[in-house]
Design a protein around this ligand. Structure first.
Ligand code: FPP
Length: 240
């Protein structure tokens, strides 16, 4: 069977760069935090939409390593929203047997947020109906640097040979090595960039860009992205 025929039409893993909260608020003359607040509602809607569509893994770029330069009040607001999101979402995670995971430099986050995240991650770690993966203080280059550092230590300690450092070894040292690469990456708000998101994992992903701002991105817009994904042929560098 040809590879494109074998590829499932529903992506197993969808990764999203949630962009445009600030612009959404600005257009309405509202403070930026209102945009993030409405963006958090989109997060909940898209988690439900994934469940309805049968998408098993959802990775959300919730806070990048670069985001730390934002005004302190905005960072505080985002952390507060994250905390509120966790407490509101926990029931649904249990109810639907969805595992919560975090990729990124968790230790950079405020201790209180780290505690909450770790608690929910622990409480859901045995669930296998789906995974919600939050990228927090995440950067693709940071992830690769962290992986290379860990590999270098293992080589130094004689656990692996330099000749063993291949693609498989690098992939095995990423933050969530058992998670399949995203089949589809969505970015909202009209920006056509990857912005340091999942640099290794997006190598063969379908990319979908939409002008819709993240707070306006709900189930119908998500369905449109899935429909576009289904229309595309996935060739993995193979010939027609
Ligand atoms: C981009 O909008 C979005 C973010 C920096 C963070 C995403 C955060 C949320 C959706 C809310 C909370 C998250 C969770 C998981 C509950 P922007 O501020 O860069 O928008 P702009 O480019 O229009 O200024």
């Amino acid at each position: 069977m040809r590879k494109e025929e074998a590829a499932p039409r529903i992506p197993v893993h969808v990764a999203i760069i949630m962009d445009g909260n600030g612009r959404w608020a600005k257009r309405r003359g509202l403070p930026r935090l209102k945009g993030h607040q409405e963006g958090a509602e989109s997060v909940r809607a898209i988690i439900r939409a994934c469940r309805n569509a049968g998408v098993k893994y959802l990775t959300l770029y919730a806070f990048s390593v670069e985001n730390w330069v934002r005004p302190r009040a905005e960072i505080r607001g985002l952390m507060m929203l994250l905390k509120r999101f966790l407490s509101r979402q926990e029931y649904e995670l249990h109810e639907n047997k969805v595992r919560l995971r975090v990729i990124g430099r968790l230790a950079d986050l405020p201790p209180e947020i780290q505690r909450e995240l770790k608690r929910v991650m622990k409480a859901t770690e045995r669930y296998d109906a789906g995974q919600l993966i939050l990228a927090l203080s995440y950067g693709g280059r940071a992830e690769l640097s962290d992986a290379v550092r860990r590999i270098a230590r293992r080589v130094r300690d004689g656990e692996i040979e330099p000749g063993d450092v291949d693609e498989k070894a690098i992939a095995a040292h990423l933050y969530a090595p058992d998670v399949p690469d995203p089949d589809l990456m969505i970015r909202t708000s009209g920006e056509l960039r990857i912005s340091n998101f999942l640099l290794w994992q997006l190598s063969y992903s379908e990319l979908y860009f939409t002008d819709v701002l993240w707070p306006d991105f709900r189930e119908p817009q998500f369905r449109e992205a899935l429909a576009e994904y289904a229309r595309r042929h996935r060739r993995f560098g193979d010939i027609e």
